[in-house]
Write a protein that binds this ligand. Sequence first.
Ligand code: SF4
Length: 64
Amino acid sequence: MPRIVVDEDLCQGHAMCSLEAPDVFEVPKHGTVQLIGDITASHLEAVRLAVRHCPTGALALEED
Ligand code: SF4
């Protein structure tokens, strides 16, 4: 499975990622994204969407 890389300096807490993949991303009210779960095959497509839709480009996937 790919690995999620977060650039915390870029994250502005928009929470688009947690809308796309709530089992993997959690965004506190006043904070930056936290990873709360591993990527599984069933999450992978949602995680790819989250990475694509992050408005600040704070997320990336490191492929194996
Ligand atoms: S969508 Fe991007 S900017 Fe927004 S909380 Fe997620 S990682 Fe941060």
